[in-house]
Write a protein that binds this ligand. Sequence first.
Ligand SMILES: N[C@@H](CCC(=O)N[C@@H](CS)C(=O)NCC(=O)O)C(=O)O
Length: 232
Amino acid sequence: MIDLHYWTTPNGHKITLFLEESGLPYHIVPVNIGKGDQFSSSFLNIAPNNRIPAIVDHSPLDGGQPISIFESGAILLYLADKTHQFIPGDLRGRNEALQWLFWQMGGLGPMAGQNHHFVQYAPEPIPYAQERYIKETARLYGVLNKHLADGRDYISGDYSIADMASYPWIVPHQRQQQDLDDFPHLSLWFARVGARPATKRAYALADQVNTAPVVDEETRKLLFNQDASTVR
Ligand SMILES: N[C@@H](CCC(=O)N[C@@H](CS)C(=O)NCC(=O)O)C(=O)O
């Protein structure tokens, strides 16, 4: 059994996408980051960065003690290696999937995350920051659109952890001020991933876990005022 420490955000969705596809048994441990659950000592023991998602695998392949993992990219790779699913088995395919996984982790996720911050959550509009991250999000959408332009269905061969990492960050494209009509290959891929039954199950589950997704003043203080004292 796998415990998934989860909240209903793009990085959380990556892991429910995998678990719903693979059929691995799992149990959701909700970590309401809007209420400060990410600062509990039990969560910090497995996720020292006070960010979801994290997992605890109670049946690791080496037969040893339960293993805990934080960072969504590391979790996806762990689960793919555990199940031999959703990662190409050949050297070139595996490396293609991994480079797009790392592209998402180091590029699309952080840049779209800053886009969300400055477009939706900053206490006052800062035009330079908004423009910077809207443009950078557009550039990254353009990179993925170009990669998909050769007619491939998915980012690397069959559906893989590279797709699972990127899809949840494209879901809020309107909030990121992106128009999918500008990215026709990305748009087709987005519809293809969205039509998968496991994708639908993952997002339906999110609606059950978080029935009232609001970012109020209290939540803003918790999420956007962290500094080194937060982790001391
Ligand atoms: N690089 C991390 C980022 C995780 C992350 O930013 N998680 C956010 C939700 S999407 C979070 O837990 N935020 C809580 C906080 O800021 O205190 C990953 O991919 O796992």
